[in-house]
Design a protein around this ligand. Structure first.
Ligand code: ATP
Length: 300
């Protein structure tokens, strides 16, 4: 019988994020291209007589009660499978909290994969995907990984052909941004203009398929960037510094994390040192994509 399972679940960046007008149910239709990056949440699930969660790394002060997405994932899986939700979950977090890189969603995806194995359920991937979608719009992508287009609320996924490897400088901030707050700022600005239905530009998809990483970086789009930067002066400062250097820069999801596409790890490291010295950024580190979705790395 399996005693312990360790899963790696990636964070993400949105290479493209087109946002439509708010619908009556409060949600916004999205057309997005996700890329999974090698900033991993390590989820270790071990047999226990009750459900408990311990967090280390970034966000170790987050609540570990029923509001935590990992606990919600465990309870949802147990209810679906008709088993008792018993496991000790230890998550080492590396994805910045409330940073627009889907750390909580990665924890939920990692927990689904780990407990499916620990409890011997072996659910079909389609079932795990359905459970993931109930937990949050980004959770199905954290399961899938790679590069994918997300439509509807971002949770209806289609893998896209993407050649090439991307080296990112990830620049984090001391304080996060609430995703609903960023959408509200988007809505406020949207009342002053027409918002077309969201779609991913065909030239962008072609550049992804051809591995034209520079075109992708220079034509990345994020409709949440302006509202996110308007709410976060630290991220705004970093964005301005990168604009001066004419580098392909993306606000990650709903921010405030900023990603800069770099030519090499060396170039990224020296840019990171410069940015940390000249702005109030918390940290800057190198990440690569695309990488696979949540997967088991160790089992005893
Ligand atoms: P989004 O997927 O909306 O872009 P994000 O990447 O900006 O989210 P997360 O780190 O996923 O941000 O967390 C957003 C909020 O979710 C946190 O502020 C926290 O209150 C809550 N949360 C619940 N569970 C977790 C978890 N396991 N890790 C991080 N945050 C969690």
């Amino acid at each position: 019988m399996t005693q312990s399972v360790r899963v790696r679940a990636p964070g993400k960046v949105n290479l493209y994020l087109a946002v439509g007008a708010r619908e009556p149910d409060g949600y916004h239709p999205l057309a997005t291209v996700f890329q999974a990056v090698d900033v991993y949440e390590d989820v270790t699930a071990t047999r226990s007589d009750r459900l408990e969660l311990v967090l280390t790394g970034r966000g170790s002060d987050l609540p570990v009660d029923d509001t935590n997405l990992a606990i919600r994932a465990a309870r949802l899986l147990a209810a679906h499978a008709g088993v008792e939700p018993r496991a000790h979950l230890a998550i080492h977090k590396r994805v910045p909290v409330a940073g627009g890189m889907a750390g909580g969603s990665a924890d939920a995806a990692g927990t689904l994969v780990a407990l499916d194995r620990l409890w011997g359920l072996r659910l079909p991937p389609v079932t795990l995907r359905q459970l993931a979608a109930q937990l949050g719009a980004d959770v199905p992508f954290c399961l899938m990984g790679g590069t994918a287009m997300g439509t509807s609320r971002g949770d209806v996924l289609t893998p896209v052909l993407a050649r090439g490897h991307y080296t990112w400088l990830v620049i984090t901030q001391r304080s996060g941004l609430s995703t609903p707050r960023v959408f509200r700022a988007f809505d406020d600005a949207a009342t002053r203009r027409h918002v077309p239905p969201p779609a991913v530009d065909a030239r962008f998809l072609r550049a992804l398929a051809e591995g034209d990483t520079m075109f992708v970086g220079m034509n990345a789009r994020n409709d949440l960037a302006a509202p996110a930067l308007s709410l976060h002066s630290g991220a705004q400062q970093v964005a301005e510094a990168c604009a001066h250097l004419a580098l392909p820069t993306i606000v990650s999801g709903s921010g405030p994390t900023i990603m800069v596409l770099c030519e090499s790890d060396e170039a990224a490291h020296s840019l990171g040192a410069y940015i940390c010295e000249h702005t109030g950024a918390e940290d800057a580190f190198v990440a690569h994509g695309p990488v696979p979705g949540a997967h088991v790395v160790d089992e005893t």
